[in-house]
Ligand binder design. Structure first.
Ligand code: AVI
Length: 325
């Protein structure tokens, strides 16, 4: 009941595959300095992210989970039996709510998790097989881009591509457009896209979610430097950088930075890179965009994805959209 494909691009390896760390060199050489958020997620970073999801201030996971619990039955009824493709499946925790709903409605599901980490993919798939005796799992270890290109035609009447957790918010507007195009290219007419997005709200509430009182988000942000030290023989001193997260109201995005507390020089030997920091200089490590439900519906509609149903919570903190091509 389990098949996992390891995707590697034989024809067009990405720049990151050809030149590991070239994105780090580029980001740290520009002004202002940036780092790609994908370096958050080594094993420790993934564990810290799981902890973030359970923080009292981080309302996102809790709110989306509640929406899914309330409306998973409606989602299952609307789509019927399907291949459920999940982008960035991680531990597949929220997916279980959907799998339960399909099971209760006696709709067949083939679950297709896609994750960059083959280890997490394999272990969560094994656990799902134990808990869902009728489930078939066909996982893909690789980037979303590659997996979306290589998805085979569905064995079941339709397909649902799920992208929950507001990960869309970590893409800038241009990358977001490209991503939606990749989704529409991967779907056939009548197939579905299920999207979870965090919505615009007050600055104090947003800033608290990214500056939690236990310092877990700070540890998650700083862990990126530890990861770079290990990967690229670096000498970032974690005590000499601090976590900063502010809400940029005009851009409607949280901006997470690592701020150098003094002037210092850092080396990444494996990349042959020396980086100078002025006191107070920052590295932008992540943006987390906050969406307007109506504008997002219009954007999706303009790309050919028609919203079938839109669900939110009583405070309008988070949105879940089911769209159809
Ligand atoms: C993965 N992503 C949706 C999270 C977010 O809220 O943008 C990542 C995160 N960064 C800090 N806290 C959580």
């Amino acid at each position: 009941r389990l098949r996992i494909e390891h995707l590697i691009s034989s024809t067009q390896p990405s720049e990151a595959e050809l030149h590991p760390g070239s994105d780090v060199v580029r980001g740290l050489s520009q002004t202002p300095k940036t780092l790609p958020p994908r370096y958050f997620y080594d094993d420790r970073g993934s564990q810290l992210f799981e902890q973030i999801c359970n923080l009292p201030e981080y309302y996102l996971t809790r709110t989306e989970t509640n929406i899914l619990q309330q409306y998973a039955g409606a989602i299952a009824d609307l789509t019927g039996s399907c291949e459920l493709i999940e982008l960035g499946s991680g531990s597949s925790t929220k997916t279980r709510i959907l799998l339960d709903a399909y099971q209760n409605a006696e709709h067949e599901v083939i679950y297709c998790p896609i994750d960059i980490s083959a280890g997490i993919l394999e272990s969560s798939a094994q656990q799902l097989l134990l808990d869902y005796p009728d489930l078939r799992v066909h996982g893909f270890a690789g980037t979303y881009e590659l997996a979306l290109e290589k998805l085979p035609d569905s064995e079941l009447p339709t397909r649902v591509i799920g992208f929950i957790g507001s990960t869309l918010g970590n893409l800038n507007p241009q990358a977001c457009e490209t991503f939606i195009q990749q989704i529409t290219n991967a779907l056939k007419p009548g197939e579905y896209f299920l999207l979870g997005i965090d919505l615009h709200k007050s600055t104090p509430q947003l800033e608290a979610a990214y500056n939690d009182s236990q310092g877990i988000t700070a540890a998650f942000n700083l862990n990126m430097l530890r990861h770079l030290n290990r990967r690229f023989a670096g000498d970032f001193d974690l005590t000499q950088f601090e976590h900063v997260a502010i809400y940029n109201e005009s851009q409607r995005q949280i901006e997470m930075h690592l701020r150098s507390v003094r002037s210092q020089v850092v080396h990444l030997k494996a990349l042959d890179l020396t980086v100078e920091f002025a006191a107070g200089e920052t590295i932008l490590s992540e943006i987390s965009r906050k969406f307007d439900l109506e504008q997002t519906q219009h954007l999706l509609e303009s790309k050919g994805l028609t919203p079938v149903e839109v669900w939110t919570d009583q405070h309008h903190w988070f949105g879940v959209l089911l769209c159809q091509l």
